[in-house]
Design a protein around this ligand. Structure first.
Ligand code: 4AD
Ligand code: MG
Length: 499
């Protein structure tokens, strides 16, 4: 027979729904119950402990929602009969911020402001202490009840999910990821798992992380050149920069597909919106032109923003009050507005018109890649909202984009938003075999490496379009977090691969 455990559900205490094993309700579930003195069990981590003369309060949080639940302990000898016993009181004295606990008691109306219910505690189990003062071999628990800088929290990324900010980001990421699947599944798109290890550079930008099992130290010692035929895959391989090319192979078979997976870029750009490892959503639609792609991108962003507003309201209001004032209203406006459209050429004209008073570090000219300062100017100053920019010069865009008849521009589209700049990049794809092959050659790439990709144009070619959305950029936009390293659990960037 198993020994009874403090984790066992209390008799008469409601269990969490849809589980075939017994766990008590999560705090977010508990907070929906009427405070009718029913028996409840709370499991979580202590955020704060407060003591009055005869009362002790533990605010317990389990990460299921922003709110914790207040657990009130009536100390022995207190004014109210039926308080906790001496043993519970002894356990309570060892509890501090960060400790893991199980509290049992009755769910009762709370006299305190800002919470409808609290737990009138009758029993307490301390599962794990989190010492507030350092002890031999254990430094003090670093997340004491005070404001910590985001930079400091990045250094303790393994514990930062226990803070309000990072708990909220994790919940929003989870909800948004689910919403992304909902959006595409409801529109006939199939989820395709494109490879993470690949031998093709999907963007042709040469920013790939090599994957090898060659003995680099031995190679360096011998001074020889690497022989990739002896490498694990028998050829040079790398982490994917985008699942697009493989997604295209499935779009030209299943009509509508999307990928949603990790992508990797070895760009040494130390900015607040670039990661070396990020998650990308890439829909690819057969028979769709650039104009259709633009509609899809706009609908998709609005769906995601509405989802955040509807289903992450409590977490969003935290970001609205603590991180970026007005973010909720801003999201609502964007979700209801019509996105502006602008050609690259018109965009450059606006930027040139702004001239020196805009104070650009990089002087704009036709042919230049838009810098983030330019993108921000176009969205924040010119359009005052999201804008879809089309018709970029072919020289600054990837080889696969469909060329316009002017010989200079491609059917590319970037969606730019205030605060961030580019959030989506996409295009109609070149579906003409000769033009695509010629472009690959012009760019000094080897058509033989893309033979399988060219087959899509050799056999049953169709117009098709797609785009890529950086998942972390969306989370940044929705939460107002300034640095992309704070919207992914474990950021990877140049010089940073902790944990
Ligand atoms: O514009 P990008 O490079 O386009 C592609 O990768 C295409 N294959 C997409 C497609 O058409 N299927 O990247 C697409 C988006 C960007 O708009 C941005 O949101 C995000 O991916 N992104 C990054 N996010 C974080 N860190 C980086 N280093 C990123 N690079 C791109
Ligand atoms: Mg781009």
């Amino acid at each position: 027979m198993l020994m009874p455990s403090p984790l066992d559900p209390q008799p008469g205490c409601e269990g969490s729904p849809n589980l075939r094993f017994a766990l008590p309700l999560l705090i977010k579930e508990l907070l929906h119950l009427p405070a009718d003195s029913r028996e409840v069990t709370v499991q979580g981590w202590v955020r704060t402990k407060r003591e009055l003369k005869n009362l002790s309060f533990l605010e317990v949080n389990d990460g299921s929602c922003m709110a914790g639940i207040q657990c009130t302990f009536e100390l022995p000898g207190g004014v109210v009969p039926g308080g906790i016993n001496a043993e519970t009181s002894r356990v309570l004295s060892a509890v501090s911020t960060g400790a893991s606990v199980v509290v049992r008691g009755k769910l009762v109306p709370s006299p305190a402001a800002g919470q409808a219910a609290e737990v009138a505690a009758s029993a307490l189990t301390l599962l794990g202490e989190a010492p507030a003062e350092s002890m031999p071999g254990i430094p003090a628990y670093p997340l004491q009840k005070k404001r910590h800088s985001l930079e400091f929290l990045r250094e303790i990324a393994h514990l930062r999910a226990r803070t309000n900010t990072f708990g909220a980001i994790a919940r929003i990421r989870s909800r948004m990821a689910f919403g992304i699947h909902e959006f595409f599944q409801a529109r006939g798109y199939q989820y395709i798992h494109t490879p993470i290890i690949t031998s093709s550079d999907a963007e042709g930008a040469g920013a790939m992380f090599q994957v090898t099992t060659l003995d680099l130290a031995a190679l360096a010692k011998s001074g020889g050149a690497p022989d990739y035929s002896k490498d694990f895959f028998g050829k040079r391989a790398a982490l994917t920069v985008s699942g697009q090319l493989e997604a295209e192979t499935y779009a030209t078979a299943l009509s509508r597909v999307y990928t949603f997976g990790p992508t990797f870029r070895a760009e040494n750009s130390n900015t607040a919106r670039h990661l070396a490892e990020f998650w990308m959503i890439e829909p690819e639609t057969a028979f769709a032109r650039l104009e259709d792609n633009m509609v899809l991108a706009e609908d998709f962003l609005k769906f995601i923003f509405s989802k955040a507003l509807d289903e992450c309201a409590e977490d969003l209001s935290f970001f609205d009050s603590h991180i970026e004032k007005g973010i909720v209203e801003n999201l609502r406006q964007v979700a209801e507005s019509k996105f502006s459209h602008m050609t690259y050429t018109d965009g450059i004209r606006e930027l040139e018109k702004a001239g020196s008073k805009a104070g650009f570090a990089f002087k704009p000219f036709w042919g230049c890649d838009l810098q983030s300062e330019h993108e921000k100017y176009l969205t924040e100053t010119v359009v005052k909202g999201p804008v879809i920019v089309t018709g970029y010069p072919k020289e600054i865009k990837a080889f696969y984009m469909k060329q316009n008849d002017d010989g200079k521009t491609v059917r590319a589209m970037d969606v730019l938003v205030p605060r961030l700049g580019e959030i989506i990049g996409g295009s109609e794809r070149e579906d003409n075999l000769d033009r695509l092959e010629k472009r690959i050659t012009e760019l000094g790439m080897n058509p033989a490496d893309y033979s399988w990709y060219l087959d899509l144009r050799r056999y049953g070619t169709v117009p098709h379009s797609g785009f890529g959305l950086g998942f972390e950029r969306i989370i940044q936009y929705v939460t107002g977090m300034a640095n992309i390293r704070d919207v992914i659990p474990y950021p990877r960037a140049a010089g940073q691969a902790e944990f």
